[in-house]
Write a protein of this length. Structure first.
Length: 330
Protein backbone atom coordinates (compact mmCIF):
# COMPACT_ATOMS: atom_id res chain seq x y z
CA UNK A 1 0.00 0.00 0.00
CA UNK A 2 1.11 3.57 -0.77
CA UNK A 3 1.10 6.32 1.88
CA UNK A 4 0.78 9.97 0.87
CA UNK A 5 1.45 12.75 3.37
CA UNK A 6 0.13 16.21 2.50
CA UNK A 7 -2.79 14.74 0.56
CA UNK A 8 -4.89 17.84 1.22
CA UNK A 9 -2.40 20.17 -0.49
CA UNK A 10 -1.86 20.99 -4.17
CA UNK A 11 0.76 18.33 -4.99
CA UNK A 12 -0.63 15.67 -2.66
CA UNK A 13 -4.21 16.02 -3.90
CA UNK A 14 -3.20 15.79 -7.56
CA UNK A 15 -0.95 12.83 -6.70
CA UNK A 16 -3.88 11.04 -5.06
CA UNK A 17 -5.97 11.65 -8.17
CA UNK A 18 -3.33 10.10 -10.44
CA UNK A 19 -2.72 7.16 -8.13
CA UNK A 20 -6.44 6.46 -7.82
CA UNK A 21 -6.76 6.56 -11.61
CA UNK A 22 -4.15 3.83 -11.85
CA UNK A 23 -5.85 1.43 -9.42
CA UNK A 24 -3.25 1.88 -6.68
CA UNK A 25 -4.09 1.04 -3.06
CA UNK A 26 -3.60 4.41 -1.40
CA UNK A 27 -3.75 5.77 2.13
CA UNK A 28 -3.49 9.46 2.94
CA UNK A 29 -3.21 11.24 6.25
CA UNK A 30 -5.11 14.33 7.32
CA UNK A 31 -5.13 16.59 10.37
CA UNK A 32 -8.56 18.17 10.08
CA UNK A 33 -11.53 16.48 8.45
CA UNK A 34 -12.58 19.73 6.78
CA UNK A 35 -9.32 19.80 4.83
CA UNK A 36 -10.26 16.55 3.07
CA UNK A 37 -13.02 18.47 1.31
CA UNK A 38 -10.39 20.39 -0.69
CA UNK A 39 -9.11 17.13 -2.14
CA UNK A 40 -12.63 15.87 -2.76
CA UNK A 41 -13.41 19.12 -4.59
CA UNK A 42 -10.42 18.52 -6.87
CA UNK A 43 -11.76 15.08 -7.82
CA UNK A 44 -15.13 16.71 -8.52
CA UNK A 45 -13.47 19.40 -10.62
CA UNK A 46 -12.07 16.70 -12.90
CA UNK A 47 -15.39 14.79 -12.79
CA UNK A 48 -13.74 11.81 -11.08
CA UNK A 49 -15.50 11.90 -7.74
CA UNK A 50 -16.09 8.13 -7.84
CA UNK A 51 -12.34 7.57 -7.55
CA UNK A 52 -12.22 9.55 -4.33
CA UNK A 53 -13.81 6.66 -2.42
CA UNK A 54 -10.78 4.48 -3.21
CA UNK A 55 -8.58 6.51 -0.87
CA UNK A 56 -8.23 5.38 2.73
CA UNK A 57 -7.99 8.39 5.04
CA UNK A 58 -6.24 8.18 8.42
CA UNK A 59 -6.10 11.03 10.91
CA UNK A 60 -2.44 11.67 11.65
CA UNK A 61 0.17 14.39 11.87
CA UNK A 62 3.80 14.10 10.80
CA UNK A 63 4.87 15.57 14.15
CA UNK A 64 2.64 13.21 16.16
CA UNK A 65 4.45 9.87 16.47
CA UNK A 66 1.59 7.74 17.89
CA UNK A 67 -0.70 8.70 15.00
CA UNK A 68 2.02 7.81 12.47
CA UNK A 69 2.28 4.32 13.94
CA UNK A 70 -1.29 3.71 12.79
CA UNK A 71 -0.77 5.36 9.39
CA UNK A 72 2.28 3.24 8.55
CA UNK A 73 0.65 -0.16 8.99
CA UNK A 74 1.20 -2.29 5.84
CA UNK A 75 2.84 0.58 3.91
CA UNK A 76 5.43 -0.25 1.23
CA UNK A 77 5.92 3.09 -0.58
CA UNK A 78 5.74 6.67 0.76
CA UNK A 79 5.28 10.02 -0.98
CA UNK A 80 6.14 12.74 1.52
CA UNK A 81 4.37 15.89 0.28
CA UNK A 82 3.43 17.44 3.63
CA UNK A 83 5.19 20.69 4.55
CA UNK A 84 4.56 24.12 5.98
CA UNK A 85 5.07 26.90 3.43
CA UNK A 86 5.55 30.33 4.94
CA UNK A 87 7.84 33.30 4.39
CA UNK A 88 6.82 34.97 7.63
CA UNK A 89 9.89 35.19 9.92
CA UNK A 90 7.54 34.73 12.89
CA UNK A 91 6.88 31.16 11.72
CA UNK A 92 10.51 30.06 12.05
CA UNK A 93 9.95 27.62 14.92
CA UNK A 94 6.91 26.01 13.31
CA UNK A 95 8.71 25.72 9.97
CA UNK A 96 11.59 23.86 11.58
CA UNK A 97 9.31 21.62 13.61
CA UNK A 98 7.05 20.68 10.71
CA UNK A 99 9.53 20.49 7.86
CA UNK A 100 12.62 19.14 9.61
CA UNK A 101 11.30 17.24 12.62
CA UNK A 102 8.28 16.02 10.67
CA UNK A 103 10.47 14.71 7.86
CA UNK A 104 12.77 13.03 10.38
CA UNK A 105 9.72 11.22 11.76
CA UNK A 106 8.70 10.04 8.29
CA UNK A 107 12.22 8.78 7.61
CA UNK A 108 12.35 6.94 10.94
CA UNK A 109 9.02 5.21 10.27
CA UNK A 110 10.09 4.26 6.75
CA UNK A 111 13.16 2.59 8.23
CA UNK A 112 11.24 0.92 11.05
CA UNK A 113 8.54 -0.46 8.72
CA UNK A 114 10.96 -1.49 5.93
CA UNK A 115 9.40 0.82 3.36
CA UNK A 116 10.76 0.03 -0.11
CA UNK A 117 11.13 3.63 -1.32
CA UNK A 118 10.47 7.20 -0.21
CA UNK A 119 9.86 10.17 -2.51
CA UNK A 120 10.32 13.52 -0.79
CA UNK A 121 8.90 16.76 -2.21
CA UNK A 122 11.41 19.51 -1.48
CA UNK A 123 11.72 22.88 -3.24
CA UNK A 124 14.03 24.92 -5.42
CA UNK A 125 14.43 27.01 -2.27
CA UNK A 126 16.66 24.20 -0.94
CA UNK A 127 19.00 24.27 -3.94
CA UNK A 128 22.44 25.80 -3.68
CA UNK A 129 23.81 29.31 -4.20
CA UNK A 130 25.56 30.37 -7.38
CA UNK A 131 29.22 31.29 -7.21
CA UNK A 132 30.48 34.26 -9.28
CA UNK A 133 31.61 32.05 -12.17
CA UNK A 134 28.40 29.95 -12.28
CA UNK A 135 25.41 30.78 -14.48
CA UNK A 136 22.80 28.07 -13.73
CA UNK A 137 21.56 26.53 -10.51
CA UNK A 138 21.74 22.73 -10.72
CA UNK A 139 21.24 19.85 -8.29
CA UNK A 140 24.98 19.97 -7.66
CA UNK A 141 25.17 23.69 -6.85
CA UNK A 142 26.66 23.98 -3.37
CA UNK A 143 24.56 25.34 -0.50
CA UNK A 144 26.31 28.29 1.12
CA UNK A 145 25.33 28.56 4.81
CA UNK A 146 26.69 32.10 4.89
CA UNK A 147 24.39 33.30 2.12
CA UNK A 148 20.99 34.80 3.01
CA UNK A 149 18.16 32.25 2.99
CA UNK A 150 14.55 32.38 4.11
CA UNK A 151 13.52 30.33 7.14
CA UNK A 152 11.44 28.25 4.73
CA UNK A 153 14.49 27.49 2.57
CA UNK A 154 16.55 26.54 5.62
CA UNK A 155 13.80 24.23 6.85
CA UNK A 156 13.53 22.49 3.46
CA UNK A 157 17.31 22.11 3.27
CA UNK A 158 17.23 20.63 6.78
CA UNK A 159 14.48 18.25 5.67
CA UNK A 160 16.68 17.05 2.82
CA UNK A 161 19.45 16.33 5.31
CA UNK A 162 17.04 13.98 7.09
CA UNK A 163 16.28 12.24 3.78
CA UNK A 164 20.00 11.71 3.14
CA UNK A 165 20.37 10.39 6.68
CA UNK A 166 17.70 7.83 5.85
CA UNK A 167 19.60 6.84 2.73
CA UNK A 168 22.76 6.30 4.77
CA UNK A 169 20.76 4.01 7.05
CA UNK A 170 19.58 1.89 4.12
CA UNK A 171 16.42 3.61 2.87
CA UNK A 172 15.85 3.97 -0.89
CA UNK A 173 15.05 7.65 -1.53
CA UNK A 174 14.49 10.21 -4.28
CA UNK A 175 14.01 13.97 -3.85
CA UNK A 176 12.23 16.34 -6.21
CA UNK A 177 12.78 20.10 -6.06
CA UNK A 178 9.89 21.80 -7.88
CA UNK A 179 9.80 25.47 -8.69
CA UNK A 180 6.60 27.49 -8.31
CA UNK A 181 3.87 24.92 -8.97
CA UNK A 182 0.73 25.86 -10.87
CA UNK A 183 -2.33 23.64 -10.77
CA UNK A 184 -6.10 23.72 -10.53
CA UNK A 185 -8.22 23.53 -7.43
CA UNK A 186 -6.24 25.53 -4.85
CA UNK A 187 -6.75 29.21 -5.58
CA UNK A 188 -6.80 30.21 -1.94
CA UNK A 189 -3.30 29.01 -1.07
CA UNK A 190 0.25 28.73 -2.37
CA UNK A 191 0.75 29.61 -6.03
CA UNK A 192 -3.03 29.85 -6.45
CA UNK A 193 -2.73 33.30 -4.93
CA UNK A 194 -1.13 34.43 -8.22
CA UNK A 195 -4.44 33.79 -9.98
CA UNK A 196 -6.73 35.22 -7.32
CA UNK A 197 -4.58 38.36 -6.94
CA UNK A 198 -4.40 39.00 -10.68
CA UNK A 199 -8.13 38.47 -11.07
CA UNK A 200 -8.73 41.12 -8.41
CA UNK A 201 -6.49 43.54 -10.29
CA UNK A 202 -3.04 43.23 -8.69
CA UNK A 203 -1.26 46.47 -9.70
CA UNK A 204 2.45 45.52 -9.50
CA UNK A 205 4.99 43.31 -11.24
CA UNK A 206 8.75 42.79 -10.97
CA UNK A 207 11.38 41.80 -13.49
CA UNK A 208 12.90 39.15 -11.25
CA UNK A 209 12.61 35.55 -12.40
CA UNK A 210 12.28 32.01 -11.07
CA UNK A 211 11.36 28.52 -12.24
CA UNK A 212 7.78 27.34 -12.82
CA UNK A 213 6.20 23.93 -13.37
CA UNK A 214 2.76 22.39 -13.74
CA UNK A 215 1.52 20.15 -10.94
CA UNK A 216 0.64 17.35 -13.39
CA UNK A 217 4.28 17.18 -14.52
CA UNK A 218 5.45 17.11 -10.91
CA UNK A 219 3.15 14.19 -10.11
CA UNK A 220 4.03 12.27 -13.28
CA UNK A 221 7.73 12.59 -12.54
CA UNK A 222 7.31 11.51 -8.92
CA UNK A 223 5.45 8.37 -9.97
CA UNK A 224 7.99 7.55 -12.69
CA UNK A 225 10.87 7.99 -10.26
CA UNK A 226 9.23 5.73 -7.69
CA UNK A 227 8.71 3.01 -10.31
CA UNK A 228 12.29 3.33 -11.59
CA UNK A 229 15.55 1.94 -10.24
CA UNK A 230 16.75 5.48 -9.58
CA UNK A 231 17.66 6.07 -5.94
CA UNK A 232 19.79 8.48 -3.93
CA UNK A 233 19.22 11.36 -6.36
CA UNK A 234 17.53 14.75 -6.34
CA UNK A 235 15.94 16.45 -9.34
CA UNK A 236 15.02 20.06 -10.06
CA UNK A 237 11.56 20.17 -11.63
CA UNK A 238 11.35 23.27 -13.79
CA UNK A 239 9.41 23.62 -17.03
CA UNK A 240 10.55 27.19 -17.72
CA UNK A 241 12.42 30.06 -16.11
CA UNK A 242 10.25 33.16 -16.47
CA UNK A 243 10.10 36.67 -15.07
CA UNK A 244 7.31 37.54 -12.66
CA UNK A 245 6.14 40.08 -15.22
CA UNK A 246 5.81 37.42 -17.92
CA UNK A 247 3.87 35.10 -15.62
CA UNK A 248 1.53 37.77 -14.25
CA UNK A 249 0.83 39.10 -17.75
CA UNK A 250 0.06 35.58 -19.01
CA UNK A 251 -2.31 34.93 -16.11
CA UNK A 252 -4.05 38.26 -16.72
CA UNK A 253 -4.43 37.41 -20.40
CA UNK A 254 -5.90 33.96 -19.71
CA UNK A 255 -8.27 35.31 -17.06
CA UNK A 256 -9.14 38.31 -19.22
CA UNK A 257 -8.12 40.51 -16.31
CA UNK A 258 -6.35 43.85 -16.22
CA UNK A 259 -2.56 43.68 -16.57
CA UNK A 260 -0.53 45.50 -13.92
CA UNK A 261 1.15 48.66 -15.13
CA UNK A 262 3.54 49.48 -12.28
CA UNK A 263 6.95 47.88 -11.87
CA UNK A 264 7.86 47.34 -8.24
CA UNK A 265 11.51 48.38 -8.32
CA UNK A 266 14.04 47.14 -5.72
CA UNK A 267 13.95 50.39 -3.77
CA UNK A 268 10.16 50.22 -3.57
CA UNK A 269 10.30 46.64 -2.29
CA UNK A 270 12.92 47.68 0.28
CA UNK A 271 10.51 50.25 1.66
CA UNK A 272 7.59 47.82 1.46
CA UNK A 273 9.18 45.05 3.54
CA UNK A 274 10.21 47.56 6.20
CA UNK A 275 6.67 48.92 6.39
CA UNK A 276 5.40 45.36 6.58
CA UNK A 277 7.78 44.66 9.47
CA UNK A 278 6.63 47.85 11.24
CA UNK A 279 2.95 46.90 10.97
CA UNK A 280 3.65 43.35 12.15
CA UNK A 281 5.77 44.53 15.08
CA UNK A 282 3.57 47.30 16.40
CA UNK A 283 0.10 46.32 15.20
CA UNK A 284 0.44 42.50 15.24
CA UNK A 285 -0.43 42.26 11.57
CA UNK A 286 0.46 39.09 9.66
CA UNK A 287 3.73 39.42 7.76
CA UNK A 288 3.13 39.46 4.02
CA UNK A 289 6.55 40.53 2.74
CA UNK A 290 9.87 39.69 4.37
CA UNK A 291 13.30 41.06 3.44
CA UNK A 292 14.18 37.76 1.79
CA UNK A 293 10.90 37.62 -0.17
CA UNK A 294 11.43 41.17 -1.42
CA UNK A 295 14.96 40.32 -2.58
CA UNK A 296 13.80 37.09 -4.27
CA UNK A 297 11.29 39.07 -6.34
CA UNK A 298 14.27 40.75 -7.98
CA UNK A 299 16.43 37.63 -8.34
CA UNK A 300 17.37 36.48 -11.83
CA UNK A 301 18.80 33.01 -11.10
CA UNK A 302 18.31 30.43 -13.86
CA UNK A 303 17.54 26.88 -12.73
CA UNK A 304 18.49 23.90 -14.88
CA UNK A 305 16.13 21.01 -15.63
CA UNK A 306 18.63 19.01 -17.67
CA UNK A 307 19.07 16.22 -15.12
CA UNK A 308 15.44 15.10 -14.95
CA UNK A 309 14.95 15.51 -18.72
CA UNK A 310 17.90 13.23 -19.35
CA UNK A 311 17.05 10.72 -16.62
CA UNK A 312 13.46 10.13 -17.75
CA UNK A 313 13.53 11.56 -21.29
CA UNK A 314 10.82 13.87 -19.97
CA UNK A 315 9.24 16.77 -21.84
CA UNK A 316 7.56 19.43 -19.72
CA UNK A 317 4.24 21.06 -20.49
CA UNK A 318 4.62 24.74 -21.34
CA UNK A 319 3.69 27.19 -18.59
CA UNK A 320 1.44 29.02 -21.01
CA UNK A 321 -0.70 25.90 -21.46
CA UNK A 322 -0.59 25.14 -17.72
CA UNK A 323 -1.90 28.62 -16.93
CA UNK A 324 -4.57 28.21 -19.61
CA UNK A 325 -5.76 24.95 -17.98
CA UNK A 326 -5.89 26.51 -14.52
CA UNK A 327 -7.79 29.51 -15.88
CA UNK A 328 -10.28 27.26 -17.71
CA UNK A 329 -10.98 25.31 -14.52
CA UNK A 330 -11.25 28.36 -12.28
Amino acid sequence: MILVTGGTGLVGAHLLLHLAENEAAVRSIYRHKKSIEKTKSLFQLYQKEALFTKIEWVKADIIDIPSLEIAFQNITYVYHCAALISYDPNDEDQLRKTNIEGTANIVNFCLAYNVKKLCHVSSIAALGDLKPHETKVTEETEWNPEAPHSDYAISKYGAEMEIWRGQQEGLSVVIVNPGVIFGAGFWGQGSGVFFSAVKKGFPFYTKGSTGYVGVTDVVKIMIQLMKSDITGERFSLIAENLTFKEVIYTIAEKLKAKKPKTEAKPWMLAIAWRLDWFCATFFRAKRRLSKYSANSLCSDDIISNDKIKNALNFEFQSIDSVIQEVADLS
